[in-house]
Each structure stands twice: as C-alpha cells, then as structure tokens.
Design a protein around this ligand. Structure first.
Ligand code: PMP
Length: 292
C-alpha cells in the first residue's frame, strides 16, 4: 500500500506526489520544514513544532498559505489517511512555483507538503552502545548569514559535515561555530553531564532551538538536575562524565566517544539513562490525539 502524501489540500499516492521543477524549494532550497514524531496515537509537541515553523516562516518572509489550526488538522488527517499510530511526519512549506530567477517575488503561493511515514534513524545497537562522534572541519553557518534557528530546506551546511562524519565512519559529526565553540551535531543538539550537572550550548552558539532539547531541559528541571546553558568548547565534552544528543528522529541518545577519546567510562551514563526513560514516558503519554 502506497503512502498517501498531502500536497496543498489534496492527498496523492506516493508515486504521484510531485512538485514542479520550478518550485524554489527545489531550485534554491527556499522553504522551511519540521520533523515531528507521533507515538501511540498522539503527536508529540505538535504546537511547539508549528510555532517553530511559523517562526522560521517569519524569519525568511514566507507566507504559509493556511492557518496554524488548518495545518494542525491537515497533519492529523495525513496520519489518519495512512492508518499510522507511531511514526514520523515531514512537514514542508516550499516557496512554491516561480521562475528561474531566485527572487521569491515570482512565487505567488507557497506549497504545503505533509508526509507521514515510519522512521528508524539508528539501529537499536547504536542506542545500546552509544554513538561515536567526530568533530567536523565544516563550521556551522554563521547566524549573521543564515540563522541556524531557521529550519530551512537548505541543509547543505549540515550535509557537508555529515559527509565528513560518514567518511570518518562515525555515527554523528560535531559542528563548531565560527569562533570554535560547540554549536550542535549535524541533526541533533548536544548535552554533557559532569559531576551531576547537565551542560548544553545556548541557541546563540549556532544551533536549532530543538524541541527535544527543550523537553530535556524540562525533564532535568523536573528531576531536580542542575543545568548550565553556556558556551562550550570540545574540552568540556572530552572531560565530561556523560555525553548525549537529542533530536526528534534520534530522540535522546548516548554518545560515548568524541574524536577518538572515550567520554566518561565509554558507556551510556546513569543520568543519560534516567533522561531517556523519562523522555520515553513523556512521548508515550502526552501529545495531540490523532483522532481529534
Ligand atoms: N539541530 C539540527 C540541525 C536539526 O536538524 C535538528 C532536528 N533534526 C535538531 C537540532 C534537533 O531538533 P528537534 O529536537 O526539534 O528535532
């Protein structure tokens, strides 16, 4: 059975779900997106994802052609249309069809695409052993050029770093900002634990304001674990007791090596495991019901 894809108000089977070759999302990476998970019949942090999508749109002066409420309903309808209870949504808003010039003023209407599918980012053994991470030479794009807070369709900066990580046979690549401070991984936010205190870089170091990142900060507050949100260098990770990454697709995942150095005792740590357990509880018990 083919996936049913939502495009601008209609559903199309996967084989017929197509966009114009003149869409500026394709021609220029001009557009925005969200990756959203649903668990056990509920969409996790849907309002937060839609709010971030609207912020991304505002930042790139893109008008989303439907209201937030309509997009929420369209997202839920797409999941129902595909008969899924657990899975991943890719929600895109492209600048729409224009001409070959880069100016968006020739794109009269943005396009909304919603794909609901299943996902497994890393095999289960990576969650058990923890990820191997290397620092990439490719720096995270400067906020002065294009803010990493915008979840845009132009992911080449991250992809260049991912290519480096792949060539080094690592699971993920750590990206520094232009000043050399830790920004984030290619598709995940970064945390450490040292002497029982969680540390993570602020968004202004050059990361996406991760929904999972925020969920982990909330969990830490609930568990009474102290958190320092501050600029970090690789030193802070090398000397940490624990290292973990967060993202909608990867969820919360331990990392055990950076640049060939074992972090802590080289195994997923106890605070990481507590946060993973709490995060799972949250994903299984909260969210917007798919059935309305
Ligand atoms: N940073 C980048 C570059 C990302 O693409 C993502 C999403 N995969 C994240 C961080 C994590 O954000 P979230 O928790 O909202 O998925």
């Amino acid at each position: 059975m083919e996936l049913q894809i939502y495009i601008d108000g209609d559903f199309f089977p996967e084989s017929e779900a197509k966009v114009s070759v003149f869409d500026h999302g394709l021609l220029y990476g001009d557009g925005i997106f969200e990756g959203i998970r649903f668990y056990n019949g509920r969409v996790f942090k849907l309002d937060e994802h839609l709010d971030r999508l609207w912020d991304s749109a505002r930042a790139i002066a893109l008008t989303i052609p439907i209201s937030k409420k309509e997009l929420e309903q369209a997202t839920l309808a797409t999941i129902r249309q595909n008969g899924l209870r657990d899975g991943y949504i890719r929600l895109l808003v492209t600048r729409g069809k224009g001409n070959l010039g880069l100016s968006p003023d020739r794109c009269p209407k943005a396009s909304v695409i919603i794909i609901a599918a299943t996902i497994q980012l890393y095999p289960p053994e990576v969650y058990e052993r923890g990820m191997v991470v290397v620092t990439c030479g490719t720096r995270r794009a400067s906020s002065a050029a294009l803010s990493p807070a915008v979840k845009s369709l132009n992911y080449l900066n991250n992809i260049m770093a991912k290519v480096e990580a792949n060539l080094a046979q690592a699971d993920e690549g750590l990206m520094l900002n232009e000043q050399g401070f830790v920004a984030e991984c290619t598709g995940d936010n970064v945390f450490t634990v040292k002497n029982g205190v969680i540390m993570t870089p602020p968004v202004y170091s050059g990361s996406l304001c991760g929904i999972t990142w925020q969920a982990v900060l909330d969990i830490a507050a609930e568990l009474g674990i102290s958190v320092k949100v501050q600029e970090m260098t690789r030193y802070d990770i090398y000397v940490a007791d624990e290292f973990f990454l967060t993202g909608t697709a990867a969820e919360v995942i331990a990392a055990v090596k950076l640049d060939g150095r074992e972090i802590g005792d080289g195994k997923p740590g106890p605070i990481t495991n507590r946060i993973i357990a709490k995060f799972r509880e949250l994903t299984q018990s909260t969210g917007t019901p798919i059935d309305g």
